[in-house]
Design a protein around this ligand. Structure first.
Ligand code: GLC
Length: 482
């Protein structure tokens, strides 16, 4: 039965949940806490991180959480034997807790693969909208460490702690994804009323004591994450409909439909978080203002640099959560995404959904390995760089070092992965002088020439290099030392 369900659902749920749900907020407020600024600055230099969506839903291979949300959207559709009746479905979904047993869970293996790929930070779903906690909370029994969950008998059952410890050991910055809405919690979806949509299912103004209890629950859970899990750098809060009414942008469709004020007291949460985790970067996603310290375009890359820190989160497969037989983006495309994102000054948070057994697919490992091989040669043109106008022209993408003394021009391969080098590249906005040096990172011994012409510098690429380029993968880089 489980297998049949997986097969049906993997065809249908491999859709990526509507990217437009998370339009970028524009009312960015730069933090003033020097420790937050310092952490944010450091984070911006890291460029490349690993996102993991993992929960009991991975056992069915369905979209994370959304199939229990009673909205009529493509990504909320129920499939499988319980689909016909909402209550049966929710019960069966929540019952997945009693079979969750990822016996192959070995976060050190993930950390090693991510590190080798050149990733420098990690964000894990400690709790998604369905409310299942991948950490040892005292606030609910709907958690991986509950006696109801078979994995609770493992010494590694506190998954968030194990993941954070393993990645921290490998030098990663640590990010806790946490969903503000909680579709298991009776003070968010009060069983007295049936849930109608993703929002709280009662009017918090009418039942203030219920909302106060939910606020306390949320505060307590975040406090647990901020205290029992070592140093945490990023609190990545999802579920932007949980927000004060005053922050709703009426120009954004999905925000107009939020029925109630759902003020969760971000000021209090951020203050508490930063008491335990000085400099904590808070990402109150899509809400804008003081507690969205960086902005998170989803499944997209902005065309131009943005005026604030940002990160594109993008799935390696077709889905955030594990889907058996998912189709993964080719390495070529993933490297190009990274290059394009950094050329606009952003970070790339690349998502992999671990399997119900607790591992990545072989394909995911091989993508990471190939990205790593490329990063070992080109990493110096990735980390700590800033944008350089015109950012991208044809198949050439530019970035520069922070001190602006080095310019990096990437030449991207075509979609099929072939790298064809032109005879020359026009590099706008710079003037070469006697000291200017050019190095191709894939062929550092080769001497290259840059000459000035009509207000630009022309980089001549000899035929010998063009011939060698056939063996270069994904993108090559010209390092121009000014
Ligand atoms: C989308 C999905 C949500 C997921 C998030 C990650 O908004 O709806 O389930 O966690 O993307 O960015």
């Amino acid at each position: 039965m489980k297998r049949i369900f997986c097969i049906i659902s993997c065809c249908v749920f491999s859709l990526v949940v509507a990217a437009q749900e998370h339009e970028m907020s524009t009312n960015y407020i730069r933090p003033t806490d020097p420790l937050v600024l310092e952490k944010l600055d450091h984070w911006q230099d890291l460029k490349f991180g690993l996102f993991m969506h993992w929960g009991t839903y991975s056992q069915w291979g369905v979209v994370e959480s959304w199939s229990i949300c009673p909205e009529d959207e493509g990504w909320t559709q129920r499939r499988g034997p319980y689909a016909a009746n909402y209550n049966d479905y929710k019960k069966a979904y929540e019952n997945l807790q009693t079979t969750f047993n990822p016996t192959r869970f070995d976060p050190a293996k993930w950390a090693a693969a991510a590190k080798d790929a050149g990733m420098k930070y990690v964000v894990l779903t400690t709790k998604h909208h369905d409310g299942f906690c991948m950490f040892d909370t005292k606030e609910t029994d709907y958690k991986v460490t509950s006696g109801k969950t078979p994995f609770s008998t493992s010494p590694r059952s506190n998954i968030a702690k194990e993941v954070f410890d393993a990645f921290r050991k490998d030098g990663f910055m640590i990010g806790a994804y946490f969903s503000k809405p909680d579709w298991h919690e009776p003070n968010y979806w009060w069983p007295y009323f049936p849930p109608k949509d993703r929002n709280v299912n009662y009017d918090p103004k009418k039942y203030p004591e219920k909302w106060a209890a939910f606020k306390k629950f949320t505060y307590n859970q975040i406090q647990e994450l901020m205290t029992g899990y070592g140093s945490v750098d990023i609190l990545w809060l999802d579920g932007g409909w949980v927000r004060p009414f005053s922050t709703i942008d009426p120009k954004i469709d999905w925000q107009r439909t939020i029925p109630y004020d759902q003020d969760i007291d971000m000021a209090g949460i951020a203050k508490m978080g930063r008491t335990y985790q000085p400099g904590l970067v808070v990402v109150d996603r899509s809400v804008g203002g003081e507690f969205e310290n960086y902005v998170t375009p989803e499944q997209t890359i902005p065309a131009k640099p943005l005026a604030f820190p940002w990160e594109s989160c993008i799935t390696m497969g077709g889905s955030w959560s594990y889907v058996p037989g998912d189709t993964y983006k080719p390495t070529n495309e993933l490297v190009h995404m990274l290059v394009r994102i950094i050329s606009r000054g952003g970070n790339f948070l690349l998502n992999i959904g671990p399997s119900p057994e607790g591992d990545f697919s072989d394909t995911a490992y091989s993508r990471l390995k190939e990205i790593g091989q490329w990063m070992k040669v080109h990493g110096e043109a990735v980390y700590g760089t800033i944008p350089f106008a015109p950012y991208e022209q044809g198949n050439v993408v530019y970035v520069q070092s922070k001190d602006k003394k080095i310019l990096y021009a990437y030449v991207l391969s075509n979609k099929e992965g072939h790298l064809e080098l032109p005879a020359q590249i026009v590099v706008p906005g710079i003037t070469a002088n006697k000291k200017t040096k050019v190095i191709c990172l894939d062929a550092p011994a080769l001497k290259l020439k840059l000459v000035n012409k009509d207000g630009a510098a022309i980089l001549h690429l000899p035929e010998t290099l063009a011939n060698r380029a056939a063996s270069f993968r994904y993108a090559t880089t010209f390092k121009i030392i000014l």
